[in-house]
Design a binder for this molecule. Structure first.
Ligand code: CP
Length: 305
């Protein structure tokens, strides 16, 4: 039995296989419409979500399976003090697979250690978000035709952005990757990313506060929201929240084949006017997220067409 807690739980070969299945699902959706008949997914979300929870649920329905959902901590017995371990043991009696989001880093790992069914980390605090990373890798693969030889700029809240941490970790296993980290000083990536991921894997990277000067070299610009919910004081959030706002005017400095990505939700860091630019990929990411989660559910439930 396999769980997915960290993107490193999957080998690059397994990621290639998931991307290949995802592309086949896009081409032949009917082929997959019954493969999870009789199976149940439990989505346990102790933190707000629109895309991740609904895409997991849509994915399971499109595979012919069923879904049961806890959509907030306050609607479950976690609000009475039940532990993550006991919750995982309990839900294992009802479902075949769990997707869990939790504000505490490591909570999905604790669930996986106590469940008797596969557990998928759907985002844990400011730590990891491996299924967003699968979404991002599928998007990059479809937009660029490769996962290697790319210069990728990450911009915004790189300290608390779990999607950034997971995607950098995933990209560090491909060749010819260059990373440009664009953030205010206070929101730089944690040292464990620069030391244990980038330096250890010999990945070329630079850190800057200047989006405009970084733009011309980028194949991909990965924008992120400043994460209000992770700040200890509101003053710091208000000071930093508008650090980077991508506008059509700034995009004049970018390449014609740039891909603009964002895990969403967006607040104001990408002007709505950019949504119609052919370089905007963030709503394609939303669609790809459902598809790659279909491929992942099939893999972890060991079902095939
Ligand atoms: N990208 C993402 O995780 O979105 P949600 O918080 O809406 O799930």
């Amino acid at each position: 039995m396999r769980s997915l807690i960290d993107i490193q739980d999957l080998t690059p070969t397994e990621i290639d296989e998931l991307i290949s299945v995802a592309n086949d699902i896009i081409a032949n959706p009917k082929k997959y419409s019954e493969v999870c008949r009789g199976k149940k997914l439990a989505t346990l979300f102790f933190e707000p979500s629109t895309r991740t929870r609904l895409s997991f649920e849509a994915a399971m329905y499109e595979l012919g399976g069923n879904v049961m959902s806890v959509s907030s901590g306050s609607s479950s017995s976690a609000s009475k003090g039940e532990s993550v371990a006991d919750t995982a043991k309990t839900v294992s009696c009802y479902a075949d697979i769990i997707a869990m989001r939790h504000p505490k880093e490591g909570a999905p790992l604790v669930a996986a250690m106590n469940a008797s069914i596969p557990v998928i980390n759907a985002g844990d605090g400011g730590h990891n978000h491996p299924t967003q990373t699968l979404t991002d890798l599928l998007t990059i693969s479809r937009e660029k035709g490769r996962l290697s030889d790319l210069t990728v700029g990450f911009c915004g809240d790189l300290k608390f952005g779990r999607t950034v941490h997971s995607l950098i970790s995933a990209l560090s296993r491909y060749t010819g990757i260059k990373i440009v980290l664009i953030s205010p000083e206070e929101l730089k990536v944690p040292n464990y990313i620069t030391d244990d991921v980038l330096d250890r894997n010999g990945i070329a990277y630079e850190e800057t506060t200047d989006l405009i000067t970084a733009l011309p070299s980028l194949d991909i610009l990965y924008m992120t929201r400043v994460q209000r919910e992770r700040f200890f004081n509101e003053e710091d959030y208000l000071r930093l929240k508008d650090s980077y706002i991508l506008t059509p005017d700034k995009l004049r400095h970018a390449r014609k084949d740039l891909s603009i990505m964002h895990p969403l939700p967006r607040v104001n860091e990408i002007a709505v006017a950019i949504d119609d630019d052919p370089r905007a990929c963030y709503f394609k990411q939303v669609y790809n997220g459902k598809i790659v989660r279909m491929a992942l559910i099939m893999k972890l439930l060991e079902v095939s067409v």
